[in-house]
Design a protein around this ligand. Sequence first.
Ligand SMILES: [Zn+2]
Length: 242
Amino acid sequence: MQKKILGWRCGNRCAIPECRKELIIDRTENDCESIIGEMAHIKGEKQDSARYDPNMTDIERNSHQNLIILCRDHHKTIDNQPNTYTVEKLYEIKRLHESWIKESTGKRVIDITFAELNIVTKYLISNQPVPSESYVIISPRDKIKKNKLSSETERLITMGIIQVRQVTDFIDKFPDIEFGDRLKQGFVLEYNRLRNENQISGDDLFDGLFDFASGKSNDFKVRAAGLAVLVYLFEACEVFEK
Ligand SMILES: [Zn+2]
C-alpha cells in the first residue's frame, strides 16, 4: 500500500523539477512496459547509505513519506551529491512534485471526453448475456465507510464523482440500449473474480478495479476516464459491502 500511495502521488514521473521524465515506457506490440523509475529513500535505507538517520524505525524508513520516486540518473545524482540534495531539500522537492501532480491530475479529470470513455468502457464491457436482476443505488459515502476504504481511496472517489454525469451522458447516448447493463455486468464479474479468486477487499479491491477499469494504462486521461467509470459503477452497482 505504501508503494501504491507513492505511485499515485508521484504520477509516474521523476520528482526532480528540471526532469519530470515519464518513468514507465508504454508497452509495444511485442513487449510489455519498461519501468525506468526507482524508489529512493530520503533518509537513507542502510547505515552506509546517504542521509541515513539511526533515530528512525524501519517502518518510518519505508513509509511513503520517506520515499521519493526518481529516474535512474537522478537517483544516482542525489546519492552522489548528498551536500546538495540534503534531507530538507529532498522533502521540499517531494512536496512540490506531489502538489504539481495533484494539480495536473485534477485538471485532466475535467478534460476527459467521450473518446477516453470509449477506450475504458471497452475494457469493462461484458459480452455475456445480461441477467434480469436490477441494481440498487447506494450512496458512495456509505460504501466508503462500510468497506473501510482509506482517505486516499476516498480522495480518488471524490475526483471520479466530478465526472459521473459525463459517464451517464455517454451511456445514454450509446446506440446499444443494453450497453449500460453490460458495462455493469463486466464490472460485477471482475469484482467477484478479485474478491473470490484473489481474496482481496477494501482499498486493494478498489485498486484492482481501478487498474482493470483503466486497462492498466498509464495515460493520465485514460486513468481519469477509468476512475470516472469506476465511480459511476461503484454508485450504480450492488457491489462492495453496503
Ligand atoms: Zn530525473
